[in-house]
Write a protein that binds this ligand. Structure first.
Ligand SMILES: [Zn+2]
Length: 267
């Protein structure tokens, strides 16, 4: 974590912790995705995250904004920088700022521009997933949106017709259309949300067995040459997760084995 004024640079893990630890006093219902265009990958030196945010803020001030326009910036190395407070309405999309949260993804993702790094790809997906989860929003194109879908003059959503920017880029996750988002972006976010809410189920025991010897050695391998790690007493009930050469693994994940000769199978 690196701090300078309001700018806070965080890893993805730090961002998730920060997001879940903080309360926000503004209703957030739309996650906006943008690309910065300039600065792009050529300006990113690997350690100048906050300096780039400061320079974006200077240019936004020149354009008459009160401060940097976006709430969050996602960098090519996968780090994020907190910019405008989440409690403050962003200046991201005319017509969608009131309950919006503005993410600027650093780079030029128009066709022929920057090639998005794997780290940034993962970060963009994860940040969108975490925000949807944090604010209780469904993963669809009403809640994850692109700048391109709003007309710049009217502030009306046109899904790309009228006077629009290409933002977040004609090559952003396969394109900047609603259909491209549905095909190439939302499924990744949905998968990230699923992985976060449904951790893999623990391994199930195959059967149970009762120890039938005064003291049964636990070894780190299925064989008498395994190092002894401890022992279980007569009558102990064991859950068996794997059977190998007459030996039973008695731990769901760790290498803890006992000889099956001294265990009576219980159905
Ligand atoms: Zn934009």
């Amino acid at each position: 974590m690196e701090k300078k004024g309001k700018f806070v640079r965080m890893s993805l893990v730090e961002f998730t912790g920060w997001l879940n630890a903080n309360r926000f006093d503004r209703q957030i219902g739309v996650i906006q995705n943008h690309h910065t265009y300039i600065p792009g990958y050529a300006h990113f030196k690997g350690n100048n995250h906050i300096a780039l945010c400061e320079s974006m803020e200077r240019s936004h001030l020149e354009r008459g904004f009160a401060e940097i326009a976006q709430n969050l910036t996602v960098f090519p190395d996968g780090d994020v920088v907190l910019c405008r407070s989440f409690n403050t309405i962003p200046a991201g999309i005319k017509g969608a700022n009131q309950n919006g949260l503005c993410i600027e993804n650093l780079g030029n993702f128009d066709l022929g521009g920057d090639v998005m790094s794997d780290a940034q790809r993962k970060a963009i997906v994860t940040v969108n997933a975490r925000l949807l989860m944090r604010f209780g929003l469904p993963c669809d194109t009403d809640h994850v949106v692109y700048h391109h879908w709003w007309d710049l003059n009217s502030g009306q959503r046109t899904n790309g017709s009228g006077n629009t920017k290409t933002c977040p880029g004609t090559a952003f996750f396969g394109g900047n259309s609603v259909a491209a988002a549905q095909a190439g972006f939302l499924p990744l976010i949905a998968a990230a949300m699923g992985a976060a809410t449904n951790p893999p189920a623990p391994p199930q025991a195959q059967f149970q067995g009762e120890v039938n010897t005064p003291s049964l050695r636990i070894r780190d391998k299925p064989g008498v040459d395994g190092t002894q790690l401890g022992a279980v007493a007569n009558g102990a009930l064991l859950a068996i997760y794997e059977v190998r050469n007459g030996w039973y693994r008695i731990h769901p994940t760790a290498q803890r084995w006992v000889s099956g000769r001294y265990v009576i199978k219980r159905e």
